[in-house]
Design a protein around this ligand. Structure first.
Ligand code: ADP
Ligand code: AMP
Length: 213
């Protein structure tokens, strides 16, 4: 099954996508994670992407599609697309790539969370610089402040999680990504809405229910 998770920054796409992919044996494809890894490794793609990310803008479609193509070359039972597609050209390109594999998008799940909660979630987000585990100082703190429960390494704040950048990312979401809800509705992929302003487990339960899992 191939599922697209849609929702503004901080809605919990990564959190839900990780749980869903792990329980189903699918691959979670987060273009944000791939970009941050490129930035960490200091590749030229990472250096180019960083300028856009730090400003809260979208990285150009060609850069994103190049990365996605590489991942889709490795066959998987299912994909959870998290933070991708974010523009109409990306959505069209994904449909083309999946059609080549004789597959398609089975469902789009929109995770809804009010703006004030999003800003608080994003400002409290901390992630492990080593294993990538995600925490929240308000809602899901690690046992020891700034230390990863899973691997013991230091937690870091994302460079683009400052309040001003988050506001820009929200605007970009509304302008460029939210219209994809309409795109999937018109293209026949079932679109489901899930109330993301609830505890992680309750949201996950609804995500699975809407997918019939
Ligand atoms: P996204 O991938 O949509 O940007 P994340 O999954 O990274 O969102 O979640 C954003 C922040 O909110 C993280 O710090 C995460 O721990 C926290 N979070 C995620 N889901 C919930 C939830 N249901 N309730 C409270 N906090 C949450
Ligand atoms: P995310 O981790 O999904 O919140 O993404 C963090 C940042 O990476 C975004 O604000 C964009 O700058 C960039 N990014 C991630 N995915 C994409 C994408 N599919 N298209 C364009 N830019 C992206």
């Amino acid at each position: 099954m191939n599922v697209v998770l849609l929702g503004p920054p901080g809605a919990g796409k990564g959190t839900q996508g990780e749980l869903l992919a792990r329980s189903q044996g699918w691959v979670r494809l987060s273009t944000g994670d791939l970009l941050r890894e490129a930035v960490r490794q200091g590749t030229s793609l990472g250096a180019e992407a960083r300028r856009y990310m730090d400003a809260g803008e979208l990285v150009p479609d060609e850069v994103i599609l190049g990365m996605v193509r590489e991942v889709l070359e490795r066959p998987a039972a299912g994909y959870v697309f998290d933070g991708f597609p974010r523009t109409r050209p990306q959505a069209e390109a994904l449909d083309g790539l999946l059609a080549d594999l004789r597959r398609g998008i089975d469902a789009a799940v929109v995770v809804d969370v009010p703006d004030d909660v999003l800003v608080k979630r994003v400002s409290g987000r901390r992630s492990c610089g080593s294993c990538g585990a995600v925490y929240n100082i308000y809602y899901n703190p690690p046992a020891t402040a700034d230390v990863c429960d899973r691997c013991g390494n230091a937690l870091v704040e994302r460079a683009d999680d400052s309040e001003a950048t988050v506001r820009r990312r929200l605007d970009v979401y509304r302008e460029q990504t939210e219209p994809l809800i309409d795109y999937y509705e018109k293209n026949g992929a079932p679109v489901a809405y899930v109330d993301g302003n609830r505890p992680v487990e309750a949201v996950q339960h609804s995500v699975r229910e809407t997918l019939g899992l």
